[in-house]
Design a protein around this ligand. Structure first.
Ligand SMILES: *[C@@H]1O[C@H](CO)[C@@H](O)[C@H](O)[C@H]1NC(C)=O
Length: 272
């Protein structure tokens, strides 16, 4: 949960929101890897120590994962319990920490949004309105009047988005943050071949989003890293992505993604 909150809280609204999103999500991926590595190392150490020492200092909450808006508390019997976060971290009042929920309600931070959701699910007295049991993140920043997504903007959107993705890829490559040689090589190709210019970035982004779980489909949840920072300035992104789910199963396959972003049948190739 920590990593996810970090991911979303870190996402600032920059001039190139998609770029920023990609950049920050990469950073968090690295952080997650480090966390996993650390816990692995801890476990190895533990196995090495004698059995009598094993439980002596170990915090039962250490390996106990709690969902969004929850934290682990050790109960009287010494067992780990997930409870709603008692108090979200004090922030420095940066307006960009605020988030807008899908009910168009502004929350002080992402932590506050998920804390409220947890309290409302448990019908706790701290819940401010019961419908918030289903609230989720819509976009970063305070709720505002979004620009209308006109037919004209919508029709331009696939081109705008694939062009962005191309720029994002170029930027990540220049920082050596594409992480895979294959993508660097494909980008080189894209830069010299106008036909491929948009093809590879579109497929790359699909692979970048399809991580949790990696199941060759991008779910609503996996789209949040791209929609949350972008919605405030690109009101078409959400209706656009909704339309991409052609068979209406709640997730976007690579075929649907490619088609939606203007690729031709033969250009949509699996690369992850
Ligand atoms: C959401 O809230 C903002 C700010 O209070 C308001 O300007 C806007 O019209 C609301 N949007 C909708 C769809 O209700």
């Amino acid at each position: 949960m920590r990593a996810t909150v970090l991911l979303l809280v870190c996402l600032g609204l920059a001039a190139l929101p998609l770029l920023d999103a990609a950049k920050k999500s990469k950073k968090v991926e690295k952080k997650v890897e480090v966390d996993e590595l650390e816990s692995l190392l801890e476990n190895i150490e533990e196995k090495d120590t004698k059995a009598e020492k094993k439980n002596a200092e170990k915090n039962p909450c250490e390996d106990h994962m709690c969902g969004w808006g929850k934290e682990c508390i050790v109960d009287k019997k010494g067992a780990p319990q997930c409870e709603c976060i008692a108090k979200c971290p004090e922030l420095d009042g940066d307006p960009m920490d605020k988030v807008c929920g899908n009910n168009n309600q502004t929350f002080t931070s992402l932590c506050d949004l998920y804390r409220e959701r947890c309290l409302c699910k448990k019908k706790d007295a701290g819940c401010s309105k019961s419908s918030n049991a289903k609230v989720h993140l819509e976009y970063l920043g305070e709720c505002k009047q979004l620009n209308e997504c006109t037919d004209e903007l919508m029709s331009q959107f696939p081109d705008r988005m694939s062009d962005w993705l191309f720029q994002v890829m170029k930027e990540l490559k220049s920082r050596r943050e594409l992480h895979k040689l294959e993508w660097e090589e494909l980008l080189d190709e894209a830069e010299t071949d106008d036909e491929k210019k948009h093809v590879y970035p579109v497929i790359w982004k699909f692979c970048d989003l399809d991580v949790k779980p990696h199941d060759k489909e991008v779910s609503h949840h996996e789209l949040i890293p791209i929609t949350a920072p972008v919605i405030p300035m690109e009101s078409c992104i959400k209706p656009f992505l909704e339309k991409c789910d052609i068979n209406g199963n709640g997730a976007i396959s690579l075929k649907e993604w490619g088609k939606c972003l203007g690729l031709k049948e033969g250009e949509i190739q699996e690369r992850c």
